[in-house]
Design a protein around this ligand. Structure first.
Ligand SMILES: C[S@@+](CC[C@H](N)C(=O)[O-])C[C@H]1O[C@@H](n2cnc3c(N)ncnc32)[C@H](O)[C@@H]1O
Length: 334
């Protein structure tokens, strides 16, 4: 899922006005849109004539929309089909970077694209690759062992029936390859007494999407490497859609906007300087109006900081979430 709304095929960026009101005082410079999608944020920022955009997206299907923007804004729009964890490798020499923006998750067109196999409403081979991936959900579900599968469902989906679902997958795998509809059936069988409102498959599908796209590793290194290329005074803004993502962003911003080291078990010295000034103490969430029009925007959260100092040691941040990046890495050895 994503911090976006789904109306037919069109993609509506969530919290756009709120984001613009935060970054507009810095207009007349370059903004990096790390998650171009269908260009909702980029277009709005480009509507101010003094702004430039460097846009990134891992999904090669976004190149089509990016090419249209390139034709219209030749000298003000640049696009690269890369993952945002590589943000420090893009060419930004002499750019006056004012802000780095992440709108995490999936665009409407990705969710509606049956070839991406993201939704449990689809049938056929499991996929879930956004673009630039090493493996698909098909390999994870059909090759991974019981212990690692249950870890993925538990840690990335907070699925309480993680073990029972993993056990049933392994049983069914002895008979046939597991496709999307088989996985949904397995989950429905295991959770037949679950009376929660959300679809029974939501959590397992979320966990598979996270692993396939290495979303935790991407986010951690996107934030760190984004920080490295952002000059002092620049803004970093992140829209998250689920609690795991938000926890990571909140920790990064909060931890480095204080002068103390929050963990006494870590060897790292106390931070001498604060790296950020927090712009909004509480995350900005969609208005009642926005949620009314688009109920699926209700989990979106926008957090923003201003960079006030340089640093090159993010050891405590990396360590804090190592237990998650290690689980993501399990799938790299399939
Ligand atoms: C929610 S959509 C962004 C929508 C965009 N703000 C708009 O207004 O159209 C997220 C986009 O980010 C891309 N994306 C997700 N993770 C990424 C990553 N690690 N690196 C680069 N792009 C990523 C997805 O492919 C998707 O197109």
């Amino acid at each position: 899922m994503s911090a976006t709304i789904k109306l037919e095929k069109k993609h509506f960026p969530v919290l756009l006005d709120e984001l613009i009101s935060i970054i507009s005082p810095l207009y007349s410079g370059t903004f990096i849109d790390c998650t171009f999608g269908q260009g909702g944020y980029s277009k709005k920022i480009l509507s101010h004539k003094e702004n430039k955009i460097i846009a990134l997206d891992r999904d090669s299907k976004t190149i089509k929309e990016a090419t249209k923007l390139k034709k219209k804004f030749k000298s003000r729009f640049f696009f690269e089909n890369v993952t945002f964890s590589e943000i420090d490798k893009i060419k930004v020499r002499k750019e006056n970077i004012k802000g780095i923006i992440f709108d995490l998750g999936y665009s409407t067109s990705q969710i509606n694209d049956p070839s991406k196999g993201i939704s449990f409403k689809n049938k056929g081979r499991l996929n879930m690759r956004m673009g630039i991936n090493n493996f698909s959900a098909h390999e994870v579900v059909n090759l991974m062992d019981f212990e690692n599968l249950s870890k993925i469902f538990y840690y990335f989906g907070e699925e309480v029936k993680s073990k029972a679902i993993a056990k049933k997958i392994l049983l069914e795998r002895n008979k046939k390859e597991i496709y999307t509809e088989d996985l949904v059936k397995i989950i429905n069988d295991v959770k037949k007494f679950d009376k929660k409102k959300i679809h029974k498959a939501t959590k397992v599908f979320q966990s598979l999407r996270i692993v396939v796209n290495q979303e935790i590793t991407q986010l951690i290194y996107g934030l760190i490497n984004g920080f490295k290329i952002l000059p002092k005074g620049g803004i970093m803004a992140v829209v998250t859609f689920h609690s795991l993502e938000d926890r990571i962003v909140k920790y990064f911003f909060k931890n480095y906007s204080e002068t103390k080291n929050t963990s006494r078990y870590l060897p790292e010295k106390k931070f001498e300087k604060k790296l950020f000034k927090i712009i909004n103490k509480k995350p900005i969430i969609p208005s009642f109006n926005e949620i009314n029009v688009n109920p699926s925007s209700r989990s979106a959260k926008l957090r923003c900081v201003e960079k006030i100092n340089d640093a090159n040691n993010f050891e405590s941040f990396i360590k804090k979430f190592e237990y998650l990046t290690e689980i993501e890495n399990l799938a790299n050895n399939l």
